[in-house]
Design a protein around this ligand. Structure first.
Ligand code: ZN
Length: 349
């Protein structure tokens, strides 16, 4: 591993913004800014229960996962046509490019849309076209991960997979999200087994609000390759050892954890402990429009709160590439760019 020299605190904040990184935990519906929700509502003639953009922004003062999900699904109701999904993904990718995201693996929740009568191909084709255009126009690589909503049934997940089957060349994997408590991963063991047979990568939200037991079953029953969140692993020494030994990546989302009161004060966030214990932790934005910041805000705020160093910054960016489902050739290119960025910053010190 590249030996990272120390940099001043002020330079570290600049370095965090400038360094190339991958974002592996971003729900595209959670990137919908109030302005875009209003514009799409107007374009599609969808009535909203908010009088203005400001009104809607104020409604973002939720306090736990469920109250967040309620407003999240209300916001998604304005998405009807392929162009709407394109515009949403394109807006996120343009924002991510500014934060020097080199590669994004984007979650989407098809059941939120198919339940409203929107066709699966409308969703996937719109998102996929935005990813393709972003590659040529913004120089950012982007792929899609289809997430099953865990509060819905196994039968609904199977039906969703079937609808997506003709479009599988446009997604890289599957995930599991939405309300965690009361919906353990093993509920979807058979769905994930089928996805594995289809050659899809697998990730799952586990150990955000739920117990370490959910992380164990995501690994053993779902055979996932990454854990989304996973911060509750800290309470289980044997699990920490397993995650470190097998280099199972955790996609950690500091501002989301703060907003949903998993760590009400960022000073107490355990990202630094996870890294220091040798885990392949990464930093991500989760639902940036709702949680107060895109990926660079997550980096700068958690670093300021927990006094992490340039060494941690390098490790986190390096981990994000290692943990991605990109090709080894792409990973080497990004790692090289990462090293160059650090060398440039140190030279100027
Ligand atoms: Zn999430």
């Amino acid at each position: 591993m590249f030996k990272v020299p120390p940099v001043t605190e002020q330079r570290l904040q600049q370095l965090l913004r400038a360094m190339p990184k991958a974002e592996l935990h971003i729900h595209i519906e959670g990137s919908l800014e109030p302005e875009l929700i209003f514009a799409l509502a107007q374009r599609n003639g969808v009535p909203l229960p908010y009088a203005s953009v400001e009104d809607l922004r104020q409604a973002y003062a939720f306090t736990n996962l469920q109250s967040f999900l309620d407003i999240y699904y209300a916001g998604a109701s304005v998405l009807l046509h392929e162009q709407d999904f394109y515009d949403m993904a394109r807006a996120y990718l343009a924002r991510a490019a500014i934060d020097n995201v080199a590669h994004a693996e984007i979650f989407f929740d098809p059941q939120t849309h198919t339940a409203r009568g929107v066709a699966m191909e409308t969703v996937i084709n719109g998102l996929h076209r935005a990813c393709a255009d972003a590659r040529s126009e913004l120089g950012i690589s982007a792929t899609l991960i289809l997430c099953f909503l865990r509060h819905l049934s196994e039968a609904s997940a199977f039906e969703t997979l079937e609808q997506a089957q003709p479009l599988l060349d446009k997604i890289v994997g599957v995930g599991l999200d939405s309300s965690e408590l009361g919906h353990p991963p093993e509920k979807f063991a058979r769905v994930f087994a089928r996805c594995r047979e289809l050659g899809l990568h697998r990730v799952a939200h586990a150990g955000e609000e739920g117990p370490p037991a959910y992380i164990w079953s995501a690994l053993d029953a779902l055979k996932v390759e990454r854990i989304d969140h996973g911060v509750q692993a800290m309470h289980d020494a044997a699990l920490m050892q397993r995650l470190a030994q097998d280099r199972i990546p955790l996609t950690v989302c500091p501002l989301s954890n703060q907003k949903l009161c998993v760590f009400p004060d960022l000073k107490n966030h355990n990202l630094r402990q996870l890294l220091d214990a040798g885990l392949c932790a990464t930093v991500n934005s989760d639902d940036p429009a709702y949680f107060g910041g895109y990926i660079n805000e997550n980096f700068t705020q958690v670093f300021a709160a927990t006094a992490m160093t340039a060494r941690h910054a390098y490790q986190l960016a390096f981990n994000s590439f290692e943990a991605s489902f990109a090709s080894n050739a792409d990973k080497r290119v990004w790692e090289h760019r990462l090293k160059e960025t650090f060398e440039r910053f140190v030279e100027h010190d």
